[in-house]
Design a binder for this molecule. Structure first.
Ligand code: AMP
Length: 118
């Protein structure tokens, strides 16, 4: 169940600010407030979707296309010629903290292996 009080819903409604990178009709891209790499951005759909699965199974084709276009534009604006990593944490095992679908773009340095367990 989507909760309108989540932090990304508040960013979308401009109740709290963000460091904007890119915006189109369907998505917003901004810098992560607690960066996990030298460059760390988030891309979120403007619609109310809880998870990756919720988004990919219920969003319209326009929304999906608009979201991935924003993701692509954002990686270009961030200028990451040596590459980057795109991640979507989903649910409890995926470590999802904010219950509004989002994708992380991480880069600006060698990120090492995909998973580093403590
Ligand atoms: P996840 O664990 O995939 O749900 O990631 C949520 C991400 O949102 C984390 O990397 C947080 O640092 C980030 N975050 C939380 N609050 C904000 C905020 N107000 N502005 C930007 N990023 C945020």
């Amino acid at each position: 169940m989507y909760n309108d009080d989540n932090i990304f819903a508040k960013i979308l409604s401009k109740k709290i600010p963000c460091k904007l990178i890119y915006e189109n009709d369907f998505a917003l891209a901004f810098y992560d407030i607690f960066p996990k790499s030298k460059i760390h951005a988030l891309v979120i759909p403007k619609g109310k979707y809880l998870t990756f699965l919720d988004f990919t199974s219920t969003a319209s084709l326009n929304e999906v296309q608009g979201f991935f276009a924003a993701l692509k534009e954002t990686t270009e604006l961030l200028n990451l010629p040596n590459g980057f990593r795109v991640i979507s944490n989903t649910g409890k095992d995926g470590g999802q903290e904010v219950p509004h679908f989002h994708m992380h773009i991480l880069g600006g340095e060698d990120l090492g292996p995909l998973i580093r367990k403590p």
